[in-house]
Design a protein around this ligand. Structure first.
Ligand code: AMP
Length: 194
């Protein structure tokens, strides 16, 4: 069983995915976190993607599909909660093929809706606290442009494939959004363990 958490930069998908993964005992697969770890380790892949992450540009689909494919292979029996993936229609189409191959199904696609003005404030605040290399005004604008151009169309693509996209208002406290997400997961048949 695969869940997908979807949203623009600063929508809180990382935080919410982490909390929901714990609550429902699902492996949390965040492509952004995986890439940042590669950059930190200074691996070959890390060196290749670091400039793209810094600028707020998307990493090539082939690299991302390879990374996610490995994780899905490893977590085949437990499923996963995907955060930050798929981010392009090509990634979404690749994901659907991989799910078919591994006999996995999607239990929910959830989009976190947050007004753009709120997003920018959150990103700049996180930049001051966590010092992420892409949490600055310039990279934020690039990430928003990438989101609008390449990621937002994924939602209508999934709908054309017969997959329902649930929308949650993400402009609230962390706890209130987490509660709404938990209720949604329970309503589609998941049982919380924590
Ligand atoms: P995130 O932590 O999800 O905000 O991702 C941070 C950065 O990692 C993005 O701005 C992209 O440069 C890269 N990235 C993460 N996930 C993907 C993906 N699915 N496709 C392409 N690039 C990605």
């Amino acid at each position: 069983m695969i869940g997908i958490l979807f949203g623009p930069p600063g929508s809180g998908k990382g935080t919410q995915a982490q909390m929901a993964a714990r609550r429902f005992a699902l492996p949390h697969v965040s492509t952004g976190t995986i890439l940042r770890e590669e950059v930190e380790r200074k691996s070959e892949l890390g060196r290749q993607v670091a400039p793209l992450l810094d600028k707020g540009e998307l990493v090539p689909d082939s690299l991302i599909l390879e990374i996610v494919g490995k994780h899905l292979e490893e977590e085949r029996s437990r499923g996963a909660l995907l955060d930050g993936f798929p981010r392009t229609v090509a990634q979404a189409s690749g994901l659907l093929s991989m799910l078919k191959e591994h006999g996995l199904t999607i239990f929910a696609v959830v989009a976190l809706d947050v007004p753009e003005g709120v997003l920018e404030g959150r990103i700049l605040k996180r930049g001051e606290i966590e010092h992420r290399s892409d949490d600055n005004e310039e990279s934020f604008l690039r990430r928003m442009a990438e989101y609008r151009e390449k990621t937002a169309p994924v939602l209508s693509y999934l709908e054309t494939q017969g997959i329902t996209v649930h929308h949650i208002d993400g402009d609230g406290s962390i706890e209130s959004v987490a509660d709404k997400l938990s209720s949604l997961f329970c309503s589609v048949g998941l049982a919380p363990v924590a």
